[in-house]
Design a protein around this ligand. Sequence first.
Ligand code: F6P
Length: 550
Amino acid sequence: MTSITNSDAWVALVDHHKTIKSAQMRDLFQENSNRFNDNHIQYDDLLIDYSKNRINKDTLPLLTSLAREAKIDLWRDKLFSGEKINFSESRSALHTALRNKSNTPITTDGKDVMPEINASIDKMGVFSESIRSGQWKGFTGKRIKSIVNIGIGGSDLGPAMVCKALKPYGNKNIIPLFVSNVDGADLAQTLEQCNPETTLFIVASKTFTTQETMTNAFSAREWLISNLKDPAAISSHFVAISTNKVAVEDFGIPTENMFKFWDWVGGRYSLWSSIGLPIAIFIGMDNFKELLSGAYDIDTHFRTAPLEENIPVVLALIGIWNINFFNFTTHAILPYDQGLSLLPSYLQQLDMESNGKFIDREGKRVCLNTGPIIWGDSGTNGQHAFYQLIHQGTEIVPTDFLMPIHSQYKLGANGDTHHKILISNFIAQTKSLMLGKTEDEARDEMLGQGLTKRDIDLLANHKSFMGNRPSTSILFDKLDPKTLGRLIAIYEHKIFVQGIIWNINSFDQWGVEYGKQIASLVLPELRKKDTTTSFDSSTNNLINYTKKNL
Ligand code: F6P
């Protein structure tokens, strides 16, 4: 395939960029009073306002031509139909099948995956209900009060993020806890909160070989047995979610306590599968199904909406515009909802592990920037930490603001004191990032405040803002399971579209494998008594210094 940068659409965008790169959004808003109307998408209660990006009426049509040139529709069909688009691991990427509410057959390796998915959902439903109702008893006959998910990456971030986001829907008698780091502090501090008689461990690992997860799982098992004084307790307190039946059995977890999933579910796309078990236990299976159903809504929208009105496509194209044409290579996720405070970390893995790649599908080095650096924090906390740089730094950071119209919590007068303050902060941020403040405006403002000419001269530049900083606002009625499912699926498909345009495989993660490989060489060296000499001088000395002082 010839590089997308040689395509007619790309060349036209390069030309278009020259005409718009110094345009000011404040002028564009003044010139077109319909700018919001022309640049937003409404889908049910979801409102996507992308008007505060550096675009004009020609930009999106040119970007959608690029999407057409990259054959987005063809790749979208391959994704949904189960074609092995993850060619470097010879796998399909069938996370969409996990929420296929239509139940139409989806085939990979000649087999319809839907019957197994449906059976898995049923098993999750029965099990989660038995925990929630107290019918499932711990070894000493007590009901389960804490569930500890032991997993990492995709086997942790999704369920952790969703359980936090949907806490208002959670069972008040169950505490979901998550252990991921191999740093013993993570497990030790979690266990301090648990009673062995009432704790259920969920060992979540697609491979059941991940070093961090298995180390934590073995230590948790030791803790349980030493407290309950009987290895037979394992079957009442441990379940596994994995594709690796043999390793699960070897660990001592009986097959009936195993929830399976499949190698065509990528780790970072797996919260819809049995990896979502902690979610189902915490919020109940009906709510978990609502989460799936929200994602299904967006799958349908992604497959059927015209490109210009297609939320994941438009967000992806605006991202491409910012990354590849303006060279804005980071992207901040700013949820104005405390429940979504883990969304930036979740999207960090989803996006950076999917599109942080420099080799294209043909095995050649890409000639353009790919995945952005994803970061962020919940508003308003971020405002008092890093927004200074977003407003006045030398780096321009495109941002996504996420905002529910209604809070799940009613506080203060009329029950909305907190929420109205939160909303006003979100709106103020998007406005000021776009508008900025000229030096003259800063001077006038200070004059009005009665400052002396000397002080005004001193402060005028410091108090002016360049503005013209791109942001997209995503509003929704409230953070409920269906909406959360929709939001996650929007980002999944956005990332997919960008991967197609960049011609990279968004579904493998060889970069992570490399770190694991090297760690497996370092660990034996740390265990040896003699001096290490086999690596470079820095690595040798780091190992030897550690050994000496351990
Ligand atoms: O971080 C790399 C990775 O392979 C992720 O893709 C995956 O989500 C995570 O490790 C955990 O892997 P597993 O579920 O096999 O333990």
